[in-house]
Write a protein that binds this ligand. Structure first.
Ligand code: GDP
Length: 271
C-alpha cells in the first residue's frame, strides 16, 4: 500500500472539476475546494491545519487570475503543491549534533511505531555520514526489545550498550553515555519504551543533571511510509508541533531511512 494513495485520488477529484474552465473564480473553485478539504480530512490531517490550508489555497486560486499558457486546473495543482511544501516545513531539516561530546538521540512514540527499528536504521544512516554510534537499550519494559536491538546493532555493525531489564532506564542511559564519552563515540541513540514519563526520567534525572546537556525535541521521524496509514501525520507534524520531520522510514530494511524532502513528498502526494 502507498501511504498517500487515497489522498492523491481525492485531490484528483478537485482538479478534474476544473477541466475546460477558462479562469479560476470564487464560484468555480468552491466545489474543488470542498474536495480538497474532504481529501485532507480523510487522510487524517488535523482540522485546524485543513482549515488554514484550504483558506490559503482558495485565496491564492481566486487572486492569481489568468496565467498565459497554464491551464486553470494545473494552476490549482501548482498552488496546492507549493502550499503542501510550505506545510511540511519547506526546506530539508538537517539533524543537529552537539559541538562537544556525544550527541544523544532519544526517540518518543507509541509502542509499535518503529522506534527500535529506527534506532538501528539511524545508526546505520549516521555511520554512512562518518559518525561513530552506539545504541543504548533502555526499553526495560519489553525484554524482547533489548534482544531486538542487539540483533539489529549486530546487523549494522554498531555496539549496543545493555544492562538487562531490572534497571531504571535513566541509569542505563547515564552509564551508556559515560561509556560513549570514554570511547569517544559521536552519537548515542537511546531506545526507550517511548512514553513521555520514561523519556523525561531519562532526560531529567540522568542526562541533564549529570551531564548538563541541552535538551529539546528537535524533530520527527516519520515511520512506515510504505504502510497503509493515511498520511495525515506527514502533513500535520510541522504545523501542529512546530518541529520539522527530519527523516522518513519506508520499509523494514536497515537502509530504508532517508532525509525528508518536503518538495519530493508534495510531488508524491500529487501523484
Ligand atoms: P517500537 O515498539 O516502536 O520499538 O517498534 P518496532 O521497532 O519494534 O517496530 C514494530 C514493527 O514495525 C516491526 O515489525 C518492524 O519491523 C516494523 N517496522 C518498523 N519500521 C517500519 C517501516 O518503516 N516500514 C514497515 N513496513 N515496517 C516497519
Amino acid at each position: 500500500a502507498e501511504m498517500f494513495g487515497q489522498l492523491t485520488s481525492g485531490l484528483e477529484t478537485a482538479w478534474n472539476k476544473l477541466r475546460g474552465v477558462d479562469v479560476l473564480t470564487k464560484e468555480n473553485v468552491a466545489e474543488p475546494m470542498r474536495d480538497i478539504r474532504r481529501a485532507l480530512l480523510e487522510a487524517d490531517v488535523s482540522l485546524p491545519v485543513v482549515r488554514r490550508f484550504v483558506q490559503s489555497v482558495s485565496e491564492q486560486a481566486v487572486g492569481t487570475g489568468l496565467i498565459r499558457g497554464v491551464r486553470p486546473d494545473q494552476q490549482l495543482v501548482k498552488i496546492v503543491h507549493d502550499e503542501l511544501v510550505k506545510l511540511m516545513g519547506g526546506e530539508v531539516s538537517d539533524l543537529v549534533f552537539s559541538k562537544s561530546g556525544p550527541t544523544v538521540f532519544l526517540l518518543a512514540g507509541l509502542q509499535g511505531v518503529g522506534k527500535t527499528t529506527v534506532c538501528a536504521k539511524l545508526a546505520f544512516y549516521l555511520k554512512k555520514l562518518g559518525k561513530s554510534c552506539m545504541l543504548v537499550a533502555a526499553d526495560v519494559y519489553r525484554p524482547a526489545a533489548i534482544d531486538q536491538l542487539k540483533i539489529l546493532g549486530d546487523q549494522v555493525g554498531v555496539p549496543v550498550y545493555a544492562e538487562g531489564t531490572g534497571i531504571k532506564p535513566s541509569e542505563i542511559a547515564k552509564r551508556g553515555l559515560e561509556e560513549a564519552k570514554k570511547k569517544k563515540i559521536d552519537v548515542i541513540i537511546v531506545d526507550t519504551a517511548g512514553r513521555l514519563h520514561s523519556l523525561l526520567s531519562v532526560l531529567l534525572s540522568a542526562l541533564v543533571t549529570t551531564f548538563n546537556i541541552e535538551i529539546g525535541i528537535t524533530g520527527a521521524i516519520l515511520t512506515k511510509l510504505d504502510g497503509d496509514s493515511r498520511g495525515g501525520a506527514a502533513l500535520s507534524v510541522k504545523e501542529v508541533s512546530g518541529k520539522p520531520i527530519k527523516l522518513v522510514g519506508r520499509g523494514e530494511r536497515m537502509e530504508d531511512l532517508e532525509p525528508f524532502y518536503p518538495d519530493r513528498m508534495a510531488g508524491r502526494i500529487l501523484g
